[in-house]
Design a protein around this ligand. Sequence first.
Ligand code: GTP
Ligand code: CA
Ligand code: CA
Length: 644
Amino acid sequence: MVMRKSVRILLVGDRNVGKTSLILSLVSEEFNEDVPPKAEEITIPADVTPEQVPTHIVDFSAVEQSEDQLVDEIQRAHVVCVVYSVDDEDSLDHVTTHWLPLVRSSAQGSSLPVILVGNKVDLVDYSTIDMVMSIMEDYPEIESCVECSARTLKNISEMFYYAQKAVLHPTGPLYVLESQDLTDECKKALTRIFKICDLDNDGLLSDNELNVFQKRCFNAPLQPQVLEDVKAVLSKNISDGVHTNSITLRGFLFLHCLFIQRGRNETVWTVLRKFGYNDSLRVTKDYLIPSVRVPHGCTSELNHRGQHFLQKLFERHDKDHDGALSTSEMNSLFMPCPTPPWRSDFGRTVATNSRGWMTLQGFMSYWSLITLMDLPLTLEHLGYLGYNIIENESHANAIHVTREKSLDLAKKQSSRNVYQCHVIGQQKSGKSTFCGLHLGHTLDITAKHAKRDANAARLTVNSVQVYGQEKQLILREIEVKSVADPLLTEDTQCDVVCLVYDSNHPKSFEYVAEIYLRYFQGSKLPVLVVASKGDLTPVRQDYILQPDEFCSRHKLAPPHSFSAVPSPTGTPQQPDRDVYVKLATMAVFPRFQAAWVLFYRHRHLRQLTIMASDKELWWRAGLGVAALTAIGFLISRLFRGEHR
Ligand SMILES: Nc1nc2c(ncn2[C@@H]2O[C@H](COP(=O)(O)OP(=O)(O)OP(=O)(O)O)[C@@H](O)[C@H]2O)c(=O)[nH]1
Ligand SMILES: [Ca+2]
Ligand SMILES: [Ca+2]
């Protein structure tokens, strides 16, 4: 629930204070001496209420109703008007001795706001407001108080308006009366909002950033000059609200505090709701996770808008421009989220620099991974990071749902950007090393990672170039203890299969061959056989067919010899990256052997293509910068308050 769909106002108080008269005066706009003991429930249609919400007004009469019915009505109400008569001291005493305690206990812990209403001001020439103020201090649930008259109609519509406002824009979650300061939750929410709006991440809101904020929250054109006026107000009131002509976080919080102190809660609530907060100041799941349908056989990816947003986000948090996020840069980036979308040992999964900091490549790869595997997680974090605010469109628009895989297979090519490869092989066949080196890690780091999570399903993701196009290749290591141990259905569902055997172990290939025959022969999935430990002398495999015979018999590409270490002859110095490109190419062009063959013949051509398209890396569409006007609604409210 972001905002209530209706408001239910209940009037209680001593006999004869004028509850029924107040209701009937509001409705008929004239005072009637002769009123029934209890007014019927009245519904005011949305279009005639100031907040455009249908409003039910409910009377209480001790003559017609029991104590139980009263408690029941209090529990149904969204706000209670406790009425006393200003000419009747007892009725005011009973507010604290009876009515407020009763409302509080009936509400059973839920924060039910109260309006204190002093009726019959036409009869007296004094005010009870001083007494009422001290009551307000003891009962924080009292949102406001008003003196009015059912006879002269003074403040009648105001009273109902305050009641409505107390429900729709409550003060309680925002503001602590005693300390005259924002609540911690409210500060936290506004700090996140500030952070999202700080588009260049310099810790300040510039005129332009405030403009964007203003437009997003209030959809209102901005008036010139007010921006300067706001800064003047800040400079006058606090020491560090403005810095180099921009607004600081402290200034931003102070402004909102000011709105509340001037009864402009709705301004603050408008901002908070725009950023997804509900009445308990929590960001709602509905806001965070828009529905995106991914039909069976299709996958979810970030489209160019999503990628662009994330790349910009990375760049503005990479303060020292070293192409990687240090721990503090990463913390700052994810400040608007309760937690980052990944664990702190992300280095096992994506590319990092030599200090273990996530690189841009690693960052984009990780997002591709979670977008494919756990779309709600990506959406939730895009929501927290303010995608919809900055881009001014739902974060569902950052997602591309690919066409069905069977269509890709029929057309023998796919236009997806993210592919999954399952790496299957016996224990110790070199799978973990193979997956680890996908990240460009050195062998010792890979070995360390492999040891640490011997039992965890290991995933590594990195980008590879397929004919000049950047693709994300996810390797999932599938550990099977023995040939008899069957693969699960999900183990066989991927875009390309990599069967790894140890070329130095005579029993290793048999396992791979069995797996192929049992699960992948006749499937439409491309399969690559990889002979690991290519730096060691290959041994004859203890199997009816030798690996290359087996591959040619089953129309598979010949075994790819892979070595994790430089061979004794000195080459390759760098671990072999071609194999990953080959796997990705097979995934992009399933059932299209010619493409893989082409891959060998035209290696030099491939290099050329990559160079030519290098500039296209990560989309660089211009960020839509809103026109510079001024800060309208937000500030005009402020100044209306100022001139009071
Ligand atoms: N002078 C003056 N008299 C009022 C005002 N409001 C109500 N009265 C009178 O106060 C008396 C009680 O008003 P009701 O509206 O019946 O009061 P109530 O709170 O509904 O009383 P119960 O139904 O008995 O609980 C009536 O005689 C009204 O005419 C007011 O603003 N000024
Ligand atoms: Ca009555
Ligand atoms: Ca800034």
